[in-house]
Ligand binder design. Structure first.
Ligand SMILES: Cc1cc2nc3c(=O)[nH]c(=O)nc-3n(C[C@H](O)[C@H](O)[C@H](O)COP(=O)(O)O)c2cc1C
Ligand code: SF4
Length: 416
């Protein structure tokens, strides 16, 4: 099926300005500049575009809140922090479709009335930073950003910011801290960035993939976009299937929301390597609940995933093979969160470290039933006590694993 971000005719590898123009590139911008910012917000809202950075907040609403905030100036921030294990969808867009991303950012900035946009990109993505830098030069020379864009009265300046490569540096308020020159530490919310954001001013933080959807929506219209995906969740998403040991053809696949997960794993991913069977699937690695193998037909959309007991997040689908130890998995996951906690909230630092320590003891056969009960107690006690959602992230994997695979834990208890 033809995609939105990767329709037929997109060249393989990096798309230059001429190739992008040849398939209608920057026509959406020219069209938008002839109308009003409110019209851009309306079309994006009618299309039902939701954020692709994990939380799924409606983009039109976010832009409207930012535009309606009384303070000036306003800022647009593109979030390309991407440091989630297994995720590289934003990297692929930044490296290969830099003009699509830039056009989306100009349209977003125009919609909210920003005169400056920051492109925040993971510092380890050197090729992506170069690709965006080169595309910015080409686009500026062609009049797509800078002063009086395409002869209009709209001016926009861009700045690239290299993001520190740690996971929490992608949280939207941590992004703002970094741009302001401080450590990547999330802020307490509210206030939300749409009212008090960068330098205390209204700011819209949008994921790379979210912005990349905007030019095509503006060019083809809301109804066209709604032809993809489901009624409640229109459009497509880039899914990452890249744990090389699991499937035959790992990669990044653009699929309409609502596609059965089986299609991603069996058709796109070519099925399991060496005919291995699936033990469990984590649809939003590393922080979602595991689903048992018989839920493989669950549609890839946020509502269906919630009904099945998990979530879609930003589409890093991880598979656990039959025979793999779920406790080994959880040791990796809890150690990841303990290492990534920025430690400014005592509850988060204590909880993530304790979970990792307890899980390691279970793995080393030093656990007991009381220790297994302790996981749920620790998670419940610390619920909502952090500035950001990282404190809650180890919960779904641990709690679903204890429920689905109790034998894996019991087998490791002394006297088992
Ligand atoms: C620990 C943590 C890490 C995050 N990392 C990213 C990231 O790398 N990229 C991203 O776009 N959003 C990330 N988010 C979500 C952002 O806070 C924010 O919701 C998103 O950038 C908004 O863009 P969207 O509305 O386009 O989805 C992260 C959130 C948390 C709690
Ligand atoms: S919850 Fe954890 S990661 Fe988030 S701000 Fe607090 S200490 Fe940092």
């Amino acid at each position: 099926m033809e995609g939105i971000l990767f329709p037929k005719g997109v060249v393989e590898g990096r798309e230059g300005l001429k190739e992008y123009q040849a398939r209608g590139g920057y026509e959406a911008l020219a069209k938008a500049l002839k109308g009003s910012p409110e019209e851009v917000i309306q079309v994006v809202s009618d299309a039902g575009l939701r954020g692709h950075g994990g939380a799924g907040f409606p983009t039109g609403k976010k832009w409207q809140f930012t535009r309606e905030a009384p303070e000036q100036p306003r800022y647009l921030v593109m979030n390309g922090g991407e440091d989630e294990p297994g995720s590289r969808k934003d990297r692929v867009l930044l490296e290969n479709l830099p003009h699509l991303v830039i056009e989306g950012a100009v349209l977003g900035a125009f919609a909210i009335g920003a005169g400056k946009a920051y492109l925040y990109i993971n510092a380890k993505y050197e090729t992506a930073i170069k690709s965006i830098n080169d595309a910015l030069s080409e686009a500026k020379a062609a009049g797509y950003w800078g002063e009086k864009i395409l002869g209009s009265n709209y001016d926009l300046d861009f700045e690239i910011i290299a993001a520190p490569h740690n996971y929490v540096a992608g949280e939207d308020t941590a992004v703002l801290e970094v741009i302001e020159g401080r450590k990547p530490q999330p802020r307490q919310k509210p206030p939300f960035p749409v009212t008090v954001g960068l330098f205390g001013k209204p700011t819209s933080v949008n994921n790379v993939e979210t912005l990349a959807n905007v030019p095509r929506i503006m060019l083809k219209g809301a109804d066209w976009y709604r032809g993809f995906g489901t009624k409640d969740c229109p459009g497509t998403m880039l899914f990452s299937l890249n744990e090389t040991e699991d499937v035959n053809t790992p990669g990044i696949y653009e699929l309409p929301f609502g596609t059965p997960m089986r299609h991603l794993i069996e058709n796109c991913g070519g099925g399991m390597k060496d005919g291995k069977k699936i033990k469990a699937i984590m649809p939003a690695s590393p922080s979602s609940a595991y689903l048992p193998a018989d839920k493989i037909d669950t549609p890839l959309d946020p509502n269906a995933m919630r009904d099945a007991g998990s979530m879609l997040g930003c589409g890093v689908v991880h598979i656990v093979r039959e025979g793999d130890s779920i406790v080994d998995e959880l040791v990796r996951i809890t150690e990841f969160f303990a290492a990534e906690s920025c430690a400014q909230c005592p509850a988060c630092q204590m909880e993530t470290k304790s979970l990792a320590m307890l899980m390691k003891r279970v793995q080393q056969k030093q656990g007991n039933q009381a220790m297994l009960d302790q996981f749920g107690k620790l998670l419940a006690f610390n619920k909502g006590k952090g500035f950001c959602n990282l404190i809650a992230m180890p919960g779904p994997p641990i709690e679903s694993a204890l429920k689905l695979f109790p034998a894996d834990f019991q087998a490791l208890l002394p006297n088992a």
